[in-house]
Ligand binder design. Structure first.
Ligand SMILES: NC(=O)N[C@@H](CC(=O)O)C(=O)O
Ligand SMILES: [Zn+2]
Ligand SMILES: [Zn+2]
Length: 342
């Protein structure tokens, strides 16, 4: 029986850190244990200038209270970013995040058309400068079909921009897994919660607002395809928690905000899940090495020792006026973080 497990240089390649007191509350919950995280730019207003990006990065560094944590910054996609602008910001970002307008939290100023010709200027400039494109891939169709309907758009982007690295963010379907092997320049992140839940957990019994997110959790066969790919550490798949904190009063209300807050439980639950499926030997690839290869990183700081010891998930995390409820609040997990070597 395994009683300890070491994760080296854990990376969260899709994370929402927010700003202000919420940032101060949630940043340490990632920076304590992770070596780095790809930080999403969907603030209000979104990050679209170098000045805002650098200022936000500084606020993150201050809030994270850990010199060994690297926030990998992203810019919010806009049409007509010039070559000169992107060249000037290239060294400060790991990628650019594209949101279809209105499809998820804080995406109101996203793109209103996925027409390749409309997107071309920015995409060609990104391609020339080797800046990866991260996408929230959903149409505005029927909620269960939104990701599936986006597949032809991913295909056409992959074909039209063969030198552009395209990351399908937080994939939730078997269709997306199948697409990964079809185009060399397509990659994906998958969240913790989509490896664990289906729509049944969200709305099959009493409604659980804390599991409500975009894209909505799907069918058992989708979860199975995602889980199988994660357990074997499919080389084009990376861990991206999409941990998306919202204030308690914005989750427990009518008109619940979309997002699941998982950063305080991610590593413990991943070890439990990979152990249960006899796949622990692949966990370091899934949570670090794949992302390092895909994004060309070379990290060597921070090892986390987990031990098999109960961890009772706090019911709530609070700082000043901010309150946020984590996934599995109040539940007992099998693994805990024992120590962290920096
Ligand atoms: N996933 C979510 O449901 N919400 C995210 C946005 C996103 O990643 O789509 C958020 O910022 O709250
Ligand atoms: Zn998204
Ligand atoms: Zn997200």
């Amino acid at each position: 029986m395994v009683n300890t497990f070491i994760i080296n240089q854990a990376l969260d390649m899709h994370l929402h850190l927010r700003d202000g007191d919420m940032l101060k509350l949630v940043a340490p919950l990632t920076s304590n244990s992770f070596s780095g995280a790809l930080v999403m730019p969907n603030l209000v207003p979104p990050i679209t200038t170098k000045e805002d990006l650098l200022a936000y990065k500084q606020r993150i560094i201050q809030a994270s209270k850990d010199d060994n944590f690297i926030p990998f910054m992203t810019l919010f996609f806009q049409n007509n970013y010039t070559f000169e602008f992107l060249q000037s910001i290239k060294d400060e970002i790991i990628g650019i995040k594209l949101y279809p307008a209105g499809i998820t939290t804080n995406s109101q100023t996203g793109v209103s058309s996925m027409d390749i010709e409309v997107l071309r200027t920015t995409l060609e400039n990104m391609s020339k400068l080797n800046i990866p494109l991260c996408i929230h891939g959903e149409t505005n169709g029927f909620v269960m079909d939104r990701e599936k309907e986006f597949m032809p758009i991913y295909e056409s982007l992959a074909i039209n921009f063969p030198n552009l690295k395209i990351i399908m963010e937080h994939i939730t379907t078997k269709d997306a897994i199948n697409l990964l092997d079809k185009y060399p320049n397509l990659y994906a992140t998958v969240t913790l919660h989509h490896l664990l839940i289906t729509l049944d957990d969200v709305a099959g019994g009493m409604l659980d607002p804390h599991l409500f997110c975009k894209p909505i959790a799907k069918r058992p066969e989708d979860r199975e395809a995602l889980l199988n790919a994660a357990l074997k550490a499919h080389p084009k798949l990376m861990f991206g928690s999409d941990s998306a904190p919202h204030p308690k009063h914005k989750k427990e209300c009518c008109g619940c905000a979309a997002g699941v807050f998982t950063s305080p439980i991610a590593l413990q639950v991943l070890v439990e899940l990979f152990e249960k499926h006899n796949a622990l030997e692949n966990l370091n690839d899934f949570i670090s090495n794949n992302a390092q290869k895909i994004y060309g990183l070379n990290l060597n700081k921070k090892s986390i020792k987990l031990i098999k010891k109960d961890f009772i998930v706090p019911n709530i995390y609070e700082y000043k006026e901010e309150k946020v409820i984590p996934m599995y609040a109040g539940k007992t997990l099998l693994w805990s973080i024992d120590s962290i070597e920096k």
